[in-house]
Design a protein around this ligand. Structure first.
Ligand code: ADQ
Length: 207
């Protein structure tokens, strides 16, 4: 797993990934304003390795998750004390996913992510489209396009791990262990992780 140090919280630096906006509208004759983050849509792929009866998951450091574990007083001044707040506080467990940020169809993006993050070579015919979910919070309504993909060991062609220093750790987890993980009091995963797990259990597993 990657080494994280010198974590700072700075003022917002614009990138192509998040565009803060305010949406104004009239509701019942009254002007209302809502701050939003215009975010890109993404694909999420539930990968099941049937050779070894495991779900293929990814672990990575997510700055957004880490940030939410740190008290405001401790990030306003300087570098965050990583003894007090170890980087593992920002490690999440997720399904393979990626942003729709290229001129490719969603399935092609899913295939790229499966290869880059998890190291499996799959084709469009291996993908089953599940549904599209609005990834709703008060500040985003970006869409997540969900796919299911069964793989075998002989489709694995590299270790995965992501591109450009993403340092993603691929985790093969027995389904019972994923269920145990997903039923803890606090689950450091996106809400759609639990949707994906439940979809898999209901539609694919032990049928
Ligand atoms: N906010 C940001 N600021 C700066 N650089 C950024 C950025 N978001 C992405 N990037 C850059 O884009 C690269 C590629 O990201 P990916 O397409 O692999 O999406 P990721 O797996 O991070 O999840 C993403 O897409 C999935 C699928 O929608 C979502 O679930 C998840 O929340 C989302 O981060 C990252 O390595 C990073 O360099």
């Amino acid at each position: 797993m990657e080494e994280i140090s010198d974590v700072k919280v700075t003022k917002y630096i614009p990138t192509i990934y998040t565009r803060p906006r305010t949406v104004e509208y009239i509701k019942n004759g009254t002007l209302r304003k809502r701050s939003i983050m215009a975010e890109k849509n993404g694909v999420v792929i539930i990968i099941y390795n049937k050779t070894r009866d495991v779900l293929v998951l990814v672990k990575q450091f997510r700055p957004s998750a880490y940030f939410c574990q740190v008290n405001e007083d401790d990030f306003l001044l300087d570098t965050i004390d990583t003894k007090k707040y170890p980087p593992k506080l920002g490690i999440t467990l997720e399904f393979c996913a990626g942003l729709v940020d290229k001129d490719l169809c969603n399935e092609e993006i899913a295939i790229e992510e499966i290869f880059e993050e998890c190291g499996y070579n799959v084709e469009i015919k291996d993908l089953e489209e599940i549904c599209t979910i609005c990834n709703l919070t008060d500040t985003t309504g970006a869409k997540s396009f969900f796919y299911y993909c069964e793989v075998t060991d002989d489709m694995k062609v590299s270790n995965g791990g992501g591109v450009e220093g993403e340092n993603i750790e691929v985790i093969d987890m027995k389904v019972d262990d994923v269920i145990q993980y997903g039923t803890q009091d606090y689950v450091q995963s996106p809400a759609c992780f639990l949707f994906g797990l439940n979809w898999f259990l209901y539609n694919k597993y032990r049928k």
